[in-house]
Write a protein that binds this ligand. Structure first.
Ligand code: S3P
Length: 449
């Protein structure tokens, strides 16, 4: 698929963006392993979360789905069955990494594979500590990449693990393996990373101990317990809301309300960074939903200034940098991001791929080993000129690259054509329809090359 997008000026309205992807994955995993029936409302019907759902169906869990309503008949900690074929994780790193922890503790063998993007992503970051716990796990790709093969029937031992990077996926993988391990598994993170696993374990009645450290947390879990089913309503995904937040900020006429978005403090780096840049963002109707804080987010057009992005905000906005680079391009002055090497191993190398796309659209930027410098065109923007030219962009099978350059059309002088937009369905199935409803001109076409 490709998007053919003509320039627009307005981004307005009230909308519900896609449900949270991280939380949707975890509902399926914990619901499947729990005793009893878990009912999920507002489940993300995106391909990534559906890959997780299918994997648990393949392991004998009865899961009924009616649009965004999902009913999971939990099989308990020892009830998963051997899948009859390799588990296909599609584009989803979260599915593959979290399931590595679960599958390492099962009595049966398993294989996981993925699409062209997932097949390039590093899996030794989970395989190595799992081996320390006694797992027999191989990354059979050329560079510690998928497919992953796991030999079941091992008894896992708890470990103390100092994570080399702030990764919620690695942390969650090891906490999940720790559910079956003998003893107390402790993970120390170098910086705080998203804590949905810790929150959901507690919602399912499992004890998790969190000790605050100078930077990240130490999270401990003792194996051998049980999970008890519960009902969960998934909030809207702040990572999906980020496209709407930047769109309303950079539009000449922007005024948007995004309803009931998850504002877990381990995910709100995008709000903090945009506010530091001068964005006009307010929260209203704050409440709790299934152990997670939510709020309506209101955003209006504003003039942005370039900033040095504070290091502690990097893991808290890790998925939002592609669209933040679009915001930085519209700011006055230079924006500098450092300490963000993790961006190089996401669904694409998001530093290189965004830099290529920004240059195509006329933005001066410099790629750094662990970040980027972007010279914003805010001054020209304030004199009524458009920030971006038109041009052709390759999304490199990365949904967030495709959606970020879609937002750039609000400040483009000519059409932007984005190739490889089918992966938008992994996290935000109705993206094009919703942004068009708010004022964009996105035409979705078949991409015949
Ligand atoms: C996720 C964690 C993050 C994030 C990903 C989802 C999760 O990855 O980028 O989109 O649900 O745990 P890392 O843990 O690799 O930073």
């Amino acid at each position: 698929m490709k998007y053919h997008i003509t320039p627009s000026h307005t981004f307005m309205g009230t909308c519900h963006v896609a449900p949270d992807k991280s939380i949707s994955h975890r509902c399926i995993m914990f619901g499947s392993l729990a005793n009893g029936i878990t009912k999920v409302s507002n489940f993300l019907e995106g391909e990534d979360a559906l890959s997780t759902l299918q994997a648990f169906c393949d392991m004998g869990v009865k899961i009924e789905r009616n649009d965004d309503k999902v009913v999971i008949h939990g099989v308990g900690m020892n009830g998963l069955k051997a899948p009859s074929k390799p588990l296909d994780m599609g584009n989803s790193g979260t599915s593959m990494r979290l399931l590595s922890g679960i599958l390492s503790a099962q009595p049966f063998d398993s294989v996981m594979m993925g699409d062209v993007s997932l097949s390039k992503r590093p899996m030794e970051r989970v395989a190595k500590p799992l081996r320390q716990m006694g797992a027999v796990i191989q990354t059979t790709g050329t560079k510690g990449t998928p497919p992953i093969t796991i030999t079941g029937g091992q008894s896992l031992q708890a470990i103390d693990y100092v994570m080399p990077m702030a990764s919620a996926q690695v942390k969650s993988c090891l906490l999940l393996a720790g559910l079956w391990a003998d003893g107390t598994t402790s993970i120390i993170e170098p910086e705080v990373s998203r804590d949905h696993t810790e929150r959901m374990l507690r919602a399912f009645g499992y004890t998790v101990v969190v000790d605050k450290q100078p930077h990240g947390n130490k999270i401990s879990i003792t194996g051998g317990g049980q999970l008890t089913a519960c009902d969960i309503t998934v909030p809207a995904d702040i990572s999906s809301a980020a496209f709407f937040m930047v769109a309303a900020t950079i539009a000449n006429h922007g005024n948007i309300t995004i309803k009931q978005v998850g504002i877990n403090p381990t995910r709100t780096g995008v709000i903090d960074i945009l506010k530091l840049m001068g964005a006009d963002i307010c929260l209203a109707n704050e409440t709790m939903m299934g152990g997670e804080p939510v709020a309506d987010i209101m955003v209006k057009s504003s003039k942005l200034k370039g900033i040095n992005i504070p290091a502690h905000l990097v893991p808290l906005a890790i998925d939002e940098f592609p669209v933040l680079f679009v915001a930085a391009s519209c700011a006055t002055g230079k924006t500098i991001l450092r300490g963000a090497k993790e961006l190089r191993v996401k669904e694409s190398d998001r530093i290189a791929v965004m830099a290529d796309g920004l240059k195509t659209l006329g933005i001066d930027c410099t790629v750094l080993d662990d970040g980027i410098e972007i010279i914003g065109k805010g001054d020209e923007h304030q004199h009524g000129k458009r920030v971006f030219t038109g041009g052709k962009i390759d999304s490199h099978h990365d949904h967030r690259i495709a959606m970020s350059f879609t937002v750039a059309s609000l400040q483009a002088s000519d059409a932007i054509i984005i190739h490889g937009t089918e992966t938008v369905n992994t996290s935000f199935p109705n993206f094009a329809g919703l942004v068009n409803g708010a004022g964009l001109h996105v035409n979705v076409k078949n991409d015949v090359i």
